[in-house]
Ligand binder design. Structure first.
Ligand SMILES: [Zn+2]
Length: 243
């Protein structure tokens, strides 16, 4: 099964207790918002999930979602299937083909599509020789405001890992179908914090444990923007001290 219906997708996310926000912009619903097939060489035929950081210049989740919905000059939206915001929610902004990968190394994609990535190491991609990954990869992005790994881990990771587990589960894929953008192309360095396949390991553990082990509501710290900025400042200071 390489294509889920909207209902199957919704049910998969609900099964894993992913808190979702379904976006509608100018009457267009998220699931009506995909790249048109005209101009794309392949139809939607997903076999892997690409994970990203999206740097949108701030902590305002609605602002980030708007940018990822619309895209930017030369890179039309939707940029991803969904964005995991600083509010601890998965924002659904696109369905089917989204503009999340661009040129990449086909061999690296095929490792993900065939569950042959490692759980203990990052894949190092070869040269960009393929431009069709958008037709074959779901894309989920962390809202990222610079260097903020602590905040990401506490608030966003539980939602991201559930999302990835839900899509893997619905398609009967392993966690080794999850690939960081930087593992697909040498042009990118996201997801920055994953140095050794950590995201795949966390998703694998979640898939082993099953959806019954996650609480319906993820950790909510009710963090204000001022709190978030303070956490980021501490993380940045620690990083500079560590050199
Ligand atoms: Zn990316």
């Amino acid at each position: 099964m390489s294509v889920l219906t909207v209902d199957e997708y919704r049910k998969a996310l609900a099964k894993w207790h992913v808190p979702v926000v379904e976006h509608v912009v100018d009457g267009v619903k998220w699931y009506q918002h995909g790249r048109p097939l005209d101009g794309w060489r392949d139809p939607w035929d997903a076999h892997a999930i690409a994970v990203h950081d999206t740097v949108t210049g701030g902590l305002d989740t609605q602002h980030a979602v708007n940018l990822c919905w619309s895209g930017k000059p030369g890179v039309p939206g939707p940029l991803y299937s969904g964005v995991v915001g600083y509010d601890g929610k998965l924002h659904l902004i696109g369905f089917g083909i989204t503009n999340n990968v661009g040129k990449c190394d086909k061999q690296s994609y095929e490792l993900a599509a065939n569950d042959r990535l490692k759980l203990t190491a990052i894949n190092h991609p070869g040269a960009d020789d393929w431009g069709q990954a958008n037709s074959h990869c779901y894309g989920y992005a962390y809202q990222t405001a610079g260097t903020d790994p602590l905040y990401k881990r506490v608030v966003q990771d539980p939602v991201m890992f559930r999302t990835l587990a839900a899509v893997c589960d619905a398609h009967h894929w392993q966690a080794t179908s999850v690939i960081n953008h930087k593992e697909l192309t040498g042009r990118k360095n996201d997801v920055q914090y994953d140095k050794d396949g950590e995201i795949r390991r966390k998703v694998a553990a979640l898939l082993r444990a099953g959806p019954g082990t996650v609480t319906p509501t993820p950790v909510s710290l009710k963090i204000t923007e001022a709190d978030a900025r303070a956490v980021i400042a501490v993380a940045d200071r620690l990083r500079s001290q560590l050199g």
